[in-house]
Write a protein that binds this ligand. Structure first.
Ligand code: UDP
Ligand code: MG
Length: 316
């Protein structure tokens, strides 16, 4: 069994001074145990990423080096949001690490999940998704909306692991592949499945936030949800196109039918011809918009310059 690879635990932190004392104690302690047991290398780190916090988060992180040799810190110049902070940490980690695990600063993701991740990693999986088995700590509203949202996303053709947020392990080559995705509108949950490679899931219970408040305001949550649709899928444009074509065809059919009825001795039907004409004109308009949208969608995907494929193996 392989062992002793270098692990980086990446922790995005935004105004987390209340949660960090406990979080850093637990995570640094866990990495120390794993390193001493030879499960991960002594070069392993817990990398705290300060996402432009306005409180004492960075001072706390900077002070950790004196506490533990396993502490590392990365400070962003300003608040760029959870997804960007996480990516910054993962891309920094890929330089020195063989694998990186991302967890939130509030320890809602149970740390026991780390052992499950490592087992799967050493079995040869490149991506291990943490799946929340018990979401009872989230409100019923949050659970209900999340479920409906992910169902909609999948209908839009976005491949998503159910009940998985951003708690996962990625191997070095998966991180290197992720770095090939140059897009700035980030939705990591949708991108990581596109990276491919052998993947597995590990279940864990989702806990209450240890300290401090949720840093995901309703506004940030809605922004992330919208990002998920608009950065991963051009299907909304297709919806407009199919709506337009349907309306156009129905309008034309009604126009013909009503004209025949009116011409066959029912002049009182004449006004319905106008309705049909309006529907057909609207349909034509939407169809035209949808076709233009189709090209805009193509331009959008081209500007993302995503890798067309990622090679897993090659020999000659
Ligand atoms: N976070 C961040 N930048 C932000 C907002 C949040 O780095 O702009 C971090 C936050 O510190 C935490 C993680 O993202 O480590 C998840 O946030 P939170 O726990 O508040 O979200 P919730 O679990 O309530 O959805
Ligand atoms: Mg949280």
């Amino acid at each position: 069994m392989r062992n002793n690879d270098t692990l980086y635990i990446v922790v995005p932190c935004y105004n987390e001074e209340a949660a960090l004392p406990e979080t850093s104690r637990v995570l640094l302690g866990r990495v120390a145990e794993l390193a001493e047991g030879g499960r991960v290398s002594a070069e392993s780190r817990v990398l705290f990423v300060d996402d432009g916090s306005k409180d004492g988060t960075w001072d706390f992180i900077a002070g950790l080096k004196a506490v533990s040799p396993y502490a590392a810190g990365l400070k962003l110049s300003r608040n760029r949001g959870h997804q960007n902070a996480l990516l910054a940490g993962l891309l920094a980690a890929k330089e020195d690490a063989d694998m990186a695990i991302s967890v939130d600063a509030d320890l809602q993701d149970d740390v026991s999940v780390i052992d499950g991740f490592l087992d799967k990693y050493y079995e040869g999986f490149d991506v291990v998704y943490g799946v929340r088995s018990d979401r009872s700590s989230d409100s019923a509203f949050k659970r209900g909306t999340a479920r409906r949202y992910y169902r909609t996303l999948r209908k839009m053709g976005v491949e998503i692991v159910p009940d998985h947020a951003d708690c996962r392990l990625m191997s070095k080559r998966a991180l290197q592949a992720l770095a090939e995705f140059k897009e700035v509108n980030l939705f990591l949950r949708g991108l990581v499945p596109l990276v491919g490679f052998p993947s597995a899931t590990v279940e864990y219970p989702r806990r209450e936030r240890k300290a401090g408040e949720s840093k995901y305001s309703l506004k940030k949550m809605l922004a992330l949800a919208w990002q998920g649709v608009t950065s991963m899928s051009v299907r909304p444009i297709r919806l407009i196109l199919s709506l337009g074509v349907t309306l156009l065809l129905l309008g034309i059919a009604a126009l013909i039918a009503f004209s025949i009825v009116a011409a066959c001795g029912h002049p009182e039907w004449q006004w319905t011809i106008i309705l049909a004409a309006i529907a057909a004109a609207c349909g034509l308009n939407l169809t035209a918009t949808g076709i233009v949208g189709e090209y805009v969608g193509k331009v959008y995907l081209e500007t993302k310059a995503r890798p067309r494929y990622i090679v897993e193996d090659y020999f000659k």
